[in-house]
Write a protein that binds this ligand. Structure first.
Ligand code: PNS
Length: 168
């Protein structure tokens, strides 16, 4: 039984993430999608709890997938939940150097944990959470880029922001 963990900021979850989740769920017996709160990232669209809520909604129909959140070291969290394989998504070669560094560091901290990479579908290779946040703030239609669970919450934020600006 291989229990894999797909960690990330997921702020917010977009269709590229969902694609990686579905692919990894077909490969591994069990998959935990784990939200990390990275306090160094100041430009947050959603709190870690909201991101977890979105992931739970998305993975509801995936029997071998669980959503969770953690803080601290990924390899410590994996030891606690019995995960042995890290899953990361790769969009393009530009992701590789960053991912390679993390994979080696995680291996150095815990040699029993293996990192694996899942290539996103080409149609999502241009998507990033950073761009999604920017487009959302500028009022773009994101319905073809993010799942309904994310879209609804982004729209709610935009509605609140526009009613505040009308009140001002
Ligand atoms: O979606 P992101 O922000 O690219 O994901 C990066 C993430 C969350 C996977 C990475 O920052 C991480 O594993 N953080 C947990 C803390 C940790 O273990 N850091 C050492 C990694 S070498």
């Amino acid at each position: 039984m291989v229990h894999a963990v797909y960690p990330g900021s997921f702020d917010p979850v977009h269709n590229g993430h969902v694609d990686v989740i579905r692919r990894a769920a077909r490969i591994y017996d069990r998959l935990t999608v784990a939200v990390v709160n990275n306090p160094l990232k100041s430009d947050q669209a959603f709190t870690p709890e909201q991101r977890l809520e979105i992931l739970r909604e998305i993975t509801d129909d995936m029997p071998n997938v669980t959503a969770d959140r953690f803080s601290g070291l990924l390899v410590d969290y994996m030891r606690d939940i019995g995960g042995t394989v890290i899953v990361k998504g790769l969009r393009a070669i530009s992701d590789f150097e960053y991912e390679l560094q993390m994979a080696h560091l995680n291996r150095q901290i815990n040699p029993d944990v293996e990192t694996t990479f899942v290539m996103t579908a080409t149609r999502w290779s241009y998507l990033s959470s950073t761009r999604v946040k920017e487009l959302s703030r500028l009022g773009a239609d994101l319905s073809s880029m993010v799942p309904p669970a994310t879209l609804r919450r982004l729209q709610a934020q935009t509605d609140v922001a526009s009613s505040k600006s009308q009140d001002a």
